[in-house]
Structures are given as structure tokens and as C-alpha cells.
Design a protein around this ligand. Structure first.
Ligand SMILES: [Zn+2]
Ligand SMILES: [Zn+2]
Length: 178
């Protein structure tokens, strides 16, 4: 029945949650990732992200309980969850509400591991969940830059560009300035 699925739920039938049978069959599983408890598992079909960053903003510090966030950006089509939306919860940090309202934050409903931030076309995922086979695989996810470095709680003197806000906007900060 075509009307069985309301249009409000149609996102559940889209990547990264559902792929067509043909797309799923030819999905090239380059990386596997899972949350802490293992109830949520997904695969990536690309070796490396479009771009990776460390975000030092206050919001990421609070939401991740960490000094900064490591984010890797992929097209949603390049990500595939093993069990669709099962065991996932959605949080809209802008409105501070629960529910799937893009852009939103996606976590495991059981162990609460942050899994990714979902945009309209992009998935901003957290590579700490990926089971890298070796250092070379992990190095492909090393960030090209730091963003919101002005809000940092730790210095990372790695020679990468450091933006005071979003990359490409605002100004670049020099390393080791107080
Ligand atoms: Zn979990
Ligand atoms: Zn941030």
C-alpha cells in the first residue's frame, strides 16, 4: 500500500538508514563501525572522508563529554546502517528537542554513544567508532583543519590550519597564541 508510510516517515526509507536492494547489494563495505554496546552498526563505502576536522566548539565539548570532536564528512549514500533506524535516537541541538528534524544528532538509544550528525545530504560522523585495520586506514581520516579553535580547552600543535570559527570564515589563528 503506497499510503501506508506517511511522508513524515519517508526519511527512514532513505540512506543512510535504508538503501534500495540493488544499492545494498553493491555497497562496497570499506569500513565497519559500531557503538559501544554493539547494537548499532554501520558501514562506509569509501576509504576516506570528503573532509575531516576537529571541532573545538563548546557545544561539541558538552555533547561529547570530550575536549573536542573528531568529525569526518561523507555523503549519506556512502553510509549504511545494518538495521535501519533500530536503536537510534535523534536530538535537535538547535531547538533542544527530541525527534528527527534535520540537522540533528544521532546516538545509540541503549549505550548513548554519539554516532553522527545528520544533515540534509551529508553525514558528519565520528571516526572513533570505526574499526580501523591499521594506521594507514586511520591516517586517511586525519583532520585537515581545526574549527572553533578559539573555544579550545587543549592546544593541538599539529601544524594544521586553525580557524577561530567555521573554516573558510572568520580568521585563522596562529598556533601557540595564548
Ligand atoms: Zn550502543
Ligand atoms: Zn563543534
Amino acid at each position: 500500500m503506497a499510503t501506508e508510510c506517511s511522508s513524515g516517515e519517508s526519511w527512514k526509507q532513505q540512506p543512510p538508514y535504508r538503501h534500495s536492494k540493488e544499492d545494498a547489494a553493491k555497497f562496497d563495505k570499506k569500513h565497519e563501525a559500531s557503538c559501544h554496546c554493539g547494537r548499532v552498526k554501520y558501514w562506509l563505502s569509501r576509504d576516506a572522508p570528503l573532509v575531516a576536522k576537529y571541532c573545538h566548539c563548546r557545544g561539541c565539548q558538552v555533547l561529547h563529554g570530550a575536549p573536542f570532536q573528531w568529525a569526518a564528512i561523507f555523503h549519506k549514500e556512502d553510509m549504511m546502517f545494518e538495521n535501519g533506524t533500530d536503536n537510534l535516537v535523534f536530538y535537535q541541538s538547535g531547538e533542544q528537542t527530541l525527534g528527527h528534524d534535520l540537522p540533528c544528532k544521532v546516538s545509540c538509544a541503549y549505550c548513548r554513544s554519539p554516532i553522527f550528525d545528520e544533515g540534509r545530504r551529508m553525514a558528519l560522523l565520528f571516526p572513533t567508532l570505526i574499526k580501523f585495520a591499521n594506521k594507514a586506514e586511520r591516517d586517511a581520516f586525519y583532520p585537515q583543519c581545526h574549527i572553533f579553535y578559539s573555544q579550545r580547552v587543549v592546544d593541538i600543535p599539529d601544524g594544521k590550519p586553525k580557524w577561530d570559527g567555521i573554516d573558510g570564515e572568520g580568521s585563522l589563528l596562529m598556533e601557540n597564541v595564548a
